[in-house]
Design a protein around this ligand. Structure first.
Ligand SMILES: *[C@@H]1O[C@H](CO)[C@@H](O)[C@H](O)[C@H]1NC(C)=O
Ligand SMILES: *[C@@H]1O[C@H](CO)[C@@H](O)[C@H](O)[C@H]1NC(C)=O
Ligand SMILES: *[C@@H]1O[C@H](CO)[C@@H](O)[C@H](O)[C@H]1NC(C)=O
Ligand SMILES: *[C@@H]1O[C@H](CO)[C@@H](O)[C@H](O)[C@H]1NC(C)=O
Length: 419
């Protein structure tokens, strides 16, 4: 199906160009609580190595077999060549294995996340294209107010294709990330005289970090976490999560055909986390999100929707691995929270098909939010969490919440409140 261009443009990563003076005063390092930054989906670099087990779909895709590590995400210039797109797609694909109930890379594709511990990992998704970034401006502003990478400021990049699952369901890659994130928080505190850490996240980094916090005992949280500052977190998925499962996601790169990445996008564990939650605190089960001539789909009908779009194999993992985490109220993280939420930007809230064909081009109805995250999802934790502070930022888009001058004044101020 063809998704109208404005939707694709709203979708993840937008082009951001940076820099302007910051009015905030730098603080002496001894006054700072260390910061750990957790980025959103598809923000940090991801390396790949192709081994003998790899069965490329074409000789071109196998050209780098046995030749060591290279950067899979993001290599902007590689993606500008449409002939490379199928290779990128198959190497970004993961596989859900029903027997072991877990997600894996395609055989012969090994991945690693470079620069764990450092903000270097996500200053630019492609370091060869420094005019294309989502996080560099935020990191620069933090440096201006006195934070130093590896001393008082740390980065927690991850393989964003993978997330975690409820107890009893393995998630080898995501679990390893949560262990590494926990270790990084402890290390950040240790390097700073035992001061507890402010964890700052963007977008999908928020729900992932929330999973770490709720899995720790209260004594750990109290000792190591000063405050949790999620920016633009989708606490209960997004309506666009249903859209990308039929249109594909081109990572905000206008020259990339999203359809060519549809199968790869569907295969990723993360894609099911972005589906809208039927929790009464989020979208509920009465509000139609996808409208067709003979059938409407609310957040309570996501399983039927998955079948209708020809993605029935996702129903099992959606019901056993996603709904238990996001189908009801999110448990309090047990630390002080500042929820920074974007409002006032038109955000896809309803998809209307002319007939019953889900391959047709739909119309969309916009509601409130940050252009990606619906307000209902951003506010899903409202009135549920103690020691909670809500900060709304008007008229700034999802990615600009960590790049726009005025938004950053607010974000940095809220981070500094922890000191
Ligand atoms: C990016 O892709 C180009 C074109 O395929 C290639 O020449 C270059 O080596 C790649 N860069 C990295 C860092 O892998
Ligand atoms: C970014 O840099 C590339 C060359 O490195 C250039 O072609 C492109 O136009 C630049 N984009 C912007 C938005 O400045
Ligand atoms: C779908 O929802 C729309 C808007 O609420 C409503 O007008 C329509 O009757 C519903 N269609 C079906 C088949 O329930
Ligand atoms: C946001 O934009 C709307 C519509 O353009 C405008 O009415 C409103 O005043 C703006 N709000 C802020 C805080 O700038």
């Amino acid at each position: 199906m063809a998704i109208p261009l404005p939707i694709l443009v709203q979708l993840l990563p937008l082009l951001l160009v940076a820099a302007a003076p910051c009015s905030l005063e730098a603080a002496a390092p001894h006054q700072l609580h260390p910061i750990v930054l957790v980025p959103g989906y598809a923000t940090n670099e991801l390396d790949v190595r192709l081994t003998e087990l790899y069965r490329p779909s074409s000789p071109r895709c196998g050209e780098r077999k046995g030749k060591g590590w290279f950067r899979l995400y993001l290599n902007y210039s590689a993606l500008q060549d449409p002939a490379n797109l199928p290779c990128f797609a198959e190497q970004m694909t993961s596989v859900y294995d029903t027997a072991s109930d877990d997600y894996f890379n395609v055989p012969g594709v090994e991945t690693r996340v470079p620069f764990f511990g450092s903000t270097q990992a996500f200053r630019y998704p492609d370091p060869d294209r420094k005019n294309f970034s989502y996080m560099n401006t935020l990191v620069e502003r933090l440096e201006k107010v006195g934070y130093r990478d590896g001393e008082t400021m740390f980065g927690a990049p991850y393989d964003f294709r993978y997330v975690v699952a409820p107890a009893g369901h393995p998630s080898r890659v995501g679990d390893a990330f949560l262990r590494a994130l926990k270790g990084l928080v402890e290390q950040a505190s240790r390097l700073n005289g035992g001061r507890p850490v402010t964890i700052v996240t963007h977008s999908a980094g928020g729900p992932l970090t929330h999973q770490l916090l709720i899995r720790q005992p209260p004594a750990w949280r109290q000792r190591f976490v000063r405050r949790f500052v999620p920016v633009a977190a989708p606490w209960g998925g997004i309506v666009l999560g249903m859209v990308t499962l039929v249109s594909g996601n081109n990572y905000g790169l206008p020259f990339v055909d999203a359809r060519a990445l549809l199968a790869a996008g569907r295969s990723q564990q993360t894609s099911l986390w972005l589906l809208p939650s039927p929790s009464p605190a989020v979208f509920g089960t009465a509000q139609p999100l996808v409208i067709t001539k003979s059938r409407n789909y609310s957040a309570g009908d996501v399983a039927d929707y998955l079948v209708a779009i020809g993605f029935g194999e996702a129903v099992g993992p959606y019901e056993s691995r996603v709904l238990p985490l996001f189908g009801g109220y999110l448990p309090p993280p047990g630390v002080p929270v500042t929820n920074i939420v974007g409002v006032g930007v038109g955000t896809t809230e309803r998809i209307v098909y002319p007939g019953d064909d889900l391959d047709a081009t739909p119309a969309t109805v916009a509601g409130d939010g940050d252009g990606v995250v619906n307000l209902a999802s951003a506010l899903a934790v409202e009135n549920k969490w103690k020691d909670y502070r809500l900060v709304k930022v008007s008229n700034v888009t999802h990615n600009d919440l960590v790049a726009d001058d005025q938004a950053l004044e607010i974000v940095i101020r809220e981070i500094q409140r922890a000191n």
